[in-house]
Write a protein that binds this ligand. Structure first.
Ligand code: NAP
Length: 248
């Protein structure tokens, strides 16, 4: 898909329309910025109380306020979109991630590019390799967060399983630990967690967003769950022939 759509049904030119679900968060705002830089038309979904966080974009973004798992909100926001970028977050214990993912999968226009964010902790398949200690820490965090009823990490995992099983044009971008700072360029990616190229486990948040937006036009990423890492990190630089493409 090109930055600009050649023609709409009426025969006139029209801009690529992109919905950012979770637009007011840190990752969401970076995605909005990158999308606007590409001259995409942007629709943002965010909670009512967070609309002010999008003020910097003023009249350049159409805001649809509401919870991201509200199907009516999503239906309105994704109408006519060529791509939907979704920040998957497992807030609460009422299936927020699965509700959000399902709404986008069900309601986005047929054929739209659907790109979802999550972390390395979500496996793609049995070929992802996690160290003993990362598994222990993840389990402790998962149990404590659920007991406190703050976050349900397993719900994000369930959401991604639904995405993997869908016949939409999906990509699930799995982020490493994140840091703020200026862009280092498009992160490199590997098909599986545990790949030595990912060992540095750090990515600039703006570059995570860049990867999400670039995925809209990268058909090689359809039905992939790239695990990403900053392209200037030691592990990325240290891999011979390191490129943005996976080793396999
Ligand atoms: N943080 C990391 O180190 C890290 C690492 C790897 C991957 N990731 C992935 O990156 C993505 C962005 O995560 P982030 O941690 O960087 O945060 P973020 O971009 O700031 O996004 C957090 C999102 O959660 C929403 N939110 C906050 N509290 C909420 C609540 N109580 N109920 C409903 N929604 C709520 C925020 O909306 P409001 O603007 O309305 O508050 C915002 O859309 C996620 O998919 C995450 O899995 C993060």
């Amino acid at each position: 898909m090109d930055g600009r759509r050649e023609h709409d049904e009426a025969g006139g030119g029209r801009r690529t329309r992109v919905c950012v679900v979770g637009a007011s968060g840190k990752l969401g705002r970076h995605m909005v910025r990158h999308a606007l830089e590409r001259d995409y038309e942007v629709v943002g979904v965010c909670r009512e109380q967070s609309v002010g966080k999008l003020a910097e974009f003023a009249d350049r973004v159409t805001v649809v306020p509401g919870q991201t798992d509200d199907r009516e909100v999503i239906a309105r926001a994704v109408e006519g979109c060529d791509a939907v970028l979704t920040v998957l977050v497992p807030w609460g214990v009422r299936g927020y991630s699965t509700g959000t993912a399902q709404a986008v999968l069900d309601l986005a226009p047929r054929g739209a590019r659907l790109v979802f964010s999550c972390g390395w902790h979500v496996p793609r398949d049995e070929h992802d390799v996690y160290s003993f200690w990362s598994r222990v820490i993840m389990r402790i965090v998962t149990v404590l967060a659920r007991l406190a009823r703050v976050i349900d990490v397993d719900d994000q995992v369930r959401a991604c399983r639904r995405i993997y099983a869908s016949d939409t044009r999906w990509t699930v971008v799995r982020g490493s630990d994140l840091e703020e700072g200026a862009s280092q360029g498009l992160p490199i990616w590997r098909r599986h967690v545990g790949d030595p190229a990912l060992a540095s486990n750090i990515t600039r948040r703006t570059d995570f967003a860049l990867f999400m937006v670039e995925a809209i036009t990268d058909d090689d990423l359809v039905h992939e769950a790239p695990a990403i890492v900053g392209r200037r990190t030691p592990s990325a630089l240290g891999v011979t022939g390191s490129s943005a493409r996976p080793a396999g």
